[in-house]
Design a protein around this ligand. Structure first.
Ligand SMILES: [Zn+2]
Length: 249
């Protein structure tokens, strides 16, 4: 047998053996292997979600025996970050008519998002509604509060979360952090305006055992908080906003 032919035959035998051994493995073992293979150090961010699906999930999904359990590994093993965006919200005809961009939140469909265990929502704090007004006649903060209520009511899926993080981040290109803190100061009032308060009957109650508030990267993990003084504003807002959100567990 010529060398190339022998090589092809041995490679095909190896592939056949690999497939055969994969087919005999129990789902739990396959899932553990896939969990390792699909770990993304920076998680699944909504800006990169489509690219990550193409590059990481689809090649694994094409292997018949792995196709069924690969979404569980992909969404279950990684932190998923979603948030309001205006990117690509306008259709071409809307663009031509000069209609403004709209804010919307893109997230994995409910058919797969029940695998997500750790969800982060990167909220928009500084007001960009002069540039990207929400679809209805609402301010940007009110629009986000309504979306959080829909999530809490289970209308967006994400029914098996272990941890939900509400992130209040400064706009990356912000030149003046005063704008950010001015906008943060409006959140408690906006929440009350929208019927959300710090009393048990009027809090937004999420379906996750752990709900955390993260303000510019600060989370109060210790009690009392061992934060440095320059983080004290962030610490204050973690505590103030934390009173408006609860957990069902
Ligand atoms: Zn703190």
């Amino acid at each position: 047998m010529p060398d190339t032919k022998r090589y092809q035959t041995s490679t095909m035998t190896k592939m056949h053996n690999t497939r055969a051994s994969l087919e005999t493995m129990p789902d739990e073992i396959l899932l553990q292997i896939l969990n390792y293979a699909l770990i993304l150090p920076r998680g699944i961010h909504f800006n990169r979600w489509h690219a990550l699906k193409e590059l990481r999930l689809h090649p694994v999904r094409c292997i018949k025996v792995l196709s069924r359990i690969s979404p569980e590994a992909f969404y279950g093993t990684n932190v998923v970050t979603i948030g309001p965006s205006n990117f690509g919200s306008r259709r071409m005809e809307e663009r031509r008519s000069g209609a403004p961009d709209r804010l919307y939140i893109q997230y994995p469909p409910t058919a797969v998002n029940h695998w997500v265990r750790r969800l982060e929502i990167a909220l928009k704090v500084e007001d960009f509604s002069y540039r990207y007004p929400p679809s209805r006649n609402e301010c940007q903060t009110t629009w986000q509060i309504s979306w959080l209520k829909r999530l809490a009511a289970g209308h967006c899926g994400f029914l098996q979360l272990v941890r939900l993080s509400l992130r209040f981040d400064m706009w990356p290109n912000s030149k003046d952090d005063g704008d950010f803190w001015d906008a943060m100061a409006k959140w408690p009032g906006k929440l009350r305006e929208n019927g959300v308060d710090a009393t048990p009957g009027s809090m937004i109650i999420f379906r996750a055992p752990t709900v955390e508030i993260v303000v510019v990267g600060h989370r109060c993990t210790s009690e009392p908080c061992s934060t440095a003084s320059e983080d004290s504003k962030a610490c204050l807002y973690v505590r103030v906003l934390g009173r408006f959100f609860g957990t069902r567990h």
